[in-house]
Design a protein. Sequence first.
Length: 570
Amino acid sequence: MNGTTGLRLDAPRSGWAIAADVVVVGSGVAGLTAALRCAASGRKTVIVTKARLDAGSTRWAQGGIAAALGEGDTPGQHLDDTLVAGAGLCDEEAVRTLVTEGPDAVRRLIGAGARFDTSAETGEIDLTREGGHRRRRIAHAGGDATGAEISRALVAAVRDAGMEMVENALVLDLLKDAGGHAAGVSLHVMGEGRHDGVGAVHAPAVVLATGGMGQVFSATTNPPVSTGDGVALALRAGAEVSDLEFVQFHPTVLYLGPGSEGQQPLVSEAVRGEGAYLVDADGERFMAGQHELAELAPRDIVAKGIMRRMRERGADHMYLDARHFGARMWRERFPTILAACRAHGIDPVTEPVPVAPAAHYASGGVRTDLAGRTTVPGLYACGEVACTGVHGANRLASNSLLEGLVFAERIAADIARAPARVPVPAEPGGPAGTRTVPLPPAEARYAIQRTMTAGAGVLRSAESLARAAEELAVLAPDRAGSGAGKPAEPGVEAWEAANLHLVAGVLVATALRRTETRGCHWREDHPERDDESWCRHLVAALRPAPGGSALTVRTTDSTAFPPVTGRGTP
């Protein structure tokens, strides 16, 4: 099996197939940019997306996209801010690539039809600040609807290009040829359309742009479709993942009461960038004095500051006070957030907004090089599903949309340079020796989320993580029908639960291994950052083992994100 695990989800065999040169899985900024660029180079490209084409995570992004576009700003300054936020684990070459190529990538996005807010006085792009940025370099659209505008422009461009797409499709597994090279994906189409049920897209280049895994926790800013499907697929295919322990919890998510679960409304960091304060129930600012940037410190520091004050006061939330903005500024600059708050009975014009941290962004993911290539030949990854080395231990605010743009373009360029290959039909995991993963029942999803929130959330310890690992083990279905019970029948909910279970297990394993506090990984039992032992990455993979497969976790060189250049070239 060429060193791969040969694992696949329990699913019916493909009943239909499409042939292409490239299949892009995902329809956020990364996926649509990659698809447009691949199609422009003459490669037949098919887009597969889990919901509607315009329903990717990108459309939920509020704050904006970071790039050195303003007068006096430079890529070097953007690089410095990114490295500081990444807490010693950014790959400097990857960051330099991001900040150097970023401004032109944003200009090309504007050329594709994206409309950013401009200054009434100068007509130039109106830039704001967010946490960790020492300059105003965040371009925004519709006040606080940047992601929606970017999604609108890219979806329109894709539709104009007449590209073939498969909507409402859950990707299942990577297809491989006899040599272990990517040969497409299997997928299940949900709902109406030209295709239905389990099918396949055969293509020698596969681009994962499936977004995040926020649904592994009970409360998250991520939409319900963010169930870690891309990371799980890559793991089953034998690819390496890195930095999965670094899950960023956004500090200011609208608090909806104890026990609230699922997708929660985000209160953009741009609100603090424009001058809002974090206060406790007595109206006291508590970030002043904790960091030189106070409320605009990097997100991990602000989230920790909120959690500390919550502990001190025995509270389950804090407050964001922006009453001094006035009604006009709220209405014009933050209309989306204003509407969300008022929908839940809160008027930020006249009262502080209750907030608490919630799972937001995965800094880690499928390990790639600077061309987006993974450790499986022909498999690429970009956007939140990928770990390019840009974010390190903590993503700098608004770098995510930029990363999706820049590395999607790099993937398309790499595919365009490679010799064309004829798609070779294959079955998931390879031609022989595959093993079917038993599926947990659909209700396991909620047990996984509660386990992860309690044991691997903002605050972690050896005790909480070990308990989470034990609970996850109990939730694993047993082939013989003992232990956790009989495996579930194949279906969307069971497949999503299986993906969440796999991703959760790897996250817990790496979080247990990293015995320090760094970036958004906060170990209560190891509260200090340990550069001597832990200024390095944890790389995880599933490898063949007697009777099946086993998770392996290794550390890398302490100074740089390890390159994988050349290993994924088609």
